[in-house]
Design a protein around this ligand. Structure first.
Ligand code: PMT
Length: 401
């Protein structure tokens, strides 16, 4: 059985010498029993004819934003809704820049904005263009938004240069898209994840908070969604974006995070508490900015409710995963939290190491359950998140190998 069987793949083709390879791509996707509809930019039609793409896909090729034949003239919305995945191959440097900045000045870029399906971008361009900081920043931004970047490959280019920028081999593109549709570790499961810090107001301009950037929690949300989980991300105040297939709820304080979590966990299968929730909050929030008249000031704080312990004590509780941010005796303290909060799993990370944990792009951890201790060596937060999600998936009730 092909993973792409009966899947609706919307293939966007942009202008570049590699556009001719899109013809083979359509054939390979069709070989896997996928339904393929093709959208071309005007520039792409200079390199390969719409007629070729039409003959291979067996579907009319879409070129214009205003499609009089589509119901109510909104062809882009219909196409966006039709797609199970939007694959842009080849994606030129110009097109990548346009979608990064949210432009919607032709059918394909408008579709990109309107489409909530998973997105794949396969760049193809000259090696110098690929190496430009602007292109690299755009790619990084798309990747952080949950777009899967396929390639590019390295080698000899049509212009005679040698380097990175060639379109990934067609077979590899098909296999990457196909992998996405494999039944993931959390397929059919509902997952709620907290991420980032909370801010506890002192007065209208000051608050207590911590150094959490939200990167670990956002990586987990991405990994959970990619593993097929219906994912809700409850995010404290952070500067990160997430993919369209993740339901995001923004909160500021620990109290708001608790309320949003309790609303979201009803009927969920997995709860992962990555957030660095403030343990204390000011008893009183001043209505006006506190003046600095006195040499000293006292702030009375009270304990916040423990969100994770509250969820874990619910009568119909999900599988509960906590994080332990420790600076010493990491494993012993983490085990203590696992037991006290009655968790199924805790991820212990050593935050005394400034190069991992808070704010960094990498982390290392020990995954602890009642009867396991698994070392997860240093890697990107996304890789670590994928390993944690796989481990959670295999431990859920009803899991079969
Ligand atoms: O956000 P990054 O910059 O990527 O950094 C990631 C991280 C270091 C914040 C993350 O990996 C991490 O360790 N998160 C947990 C931080 C923390 O608050 O740990 P803790 O040991 O104080 O709390 C234990 C557990 O209880 C955590 O799952 C926490 O979310 C939860 N908790 C704590 C207090 C509270 N009031 N409610 C909670 O739910």
């Amino acid at each position: 059985m092909y993973e792409l069987s009966n899947r609706h793949i919307l293939l966007g083709v942009t202008g570049g010498i590699a556009a001719y390879k899109a013809a083979d791509l359509v054939r390979r996707l069709r070989d896997q029993n996928a339904f393929v509809k093709v959208v071309m930019t005007l520039a792409a039609t200079e390199f390969i004819t719409p007629l070729t793409m039409q003959a291979l896909s067996g579907e009319p090729v879409h070129l214009e934003l205003l499609d009089a034949d589509a119901e109510a003239g909104m062809g882009h919305i219909e196409l966006a809704r039709w797609a199970d995945a939007l694959l842009i191959a080849p994606a030129s440097a110009n097109f990548i820049a346009r979608i990064t900045h949210g432009q919607a000045d032709d059918l394909l870029s408008t579709l990109y904005l309107a489409c909530a399906a998973p997105k794949f971008v396969a760049p193809a361009m000259n090696q110098a263009m690929w190496g430009q900081p602007s292109t690299q920043t755009n790619i990084q931004t798309l990747s952080e938004r949950g777009v899967q970047i396929l390639g590019p490959a390295a080698g000899e280019q049509a212009c005679g240069d040698i380097g990175e920028g060639r379109l990934l081999e067609v077979a590899d593109i098909v296999s990457e898209v196909s992998n996405h549709f494999q039944c993931g570790a959390l397929a059919g499961r509902r997952v709620v994840i907290t991420a980032g810090p909370t801010q506890e107001a002192i007065d209208p301009v000051r608050y207590l908070s911590n150094r959490s950037s939200g990167k670990m929690g956002f990586a987990l949300a991405r990994a959970a969604a990619e593993a097929g989980g219906e994912t809700t991300l409850i995010a404290g105040p952070v500067q990160l974006s997430c993919a369209d297939n993740i339901r995001r709820v923004n909160v500021i304080s620990a109290k708001q995070m608790l309320a949003a979590t309790l609303k979201a966990v009803d009927d969920c299968d997995v709860f992962i508490a990555t957030a660095a929730v403030a343990d204390y909050t000011p008893v009183q929030v001043a209505d006006n900015k506190i003046k600095k008249n006195a040499a000293e000031m006292e702030l009375t704080l009270q304990r916040t409710d423990d969100i994770l312990a509250t969820v874990s004590a619910l009568p119909q509780r999900p599988y509960c995963v906590g994080f332990a941010a420790e600076t010493d005796d990491v494993i012993a303290y983490a085990r203590g939290k696992l037991e006290r909060k009655k968790l199924d799993m805790i991820i212990a990370n050593d935050v005394s190491d400034q190069t991992i944990g808070f704010q960094s792009d990498e982390n290392a951890a020990t995954l602890i359950t009642a009867d396991t201790e698994l070392l997860l060596p240093r890697t990107s937060k996304l890789n670590l998140a994928k390993q944690i999600i796989d481990q959670v998936g295999t431990r859920l009730p009803g899991h079969s190998d």
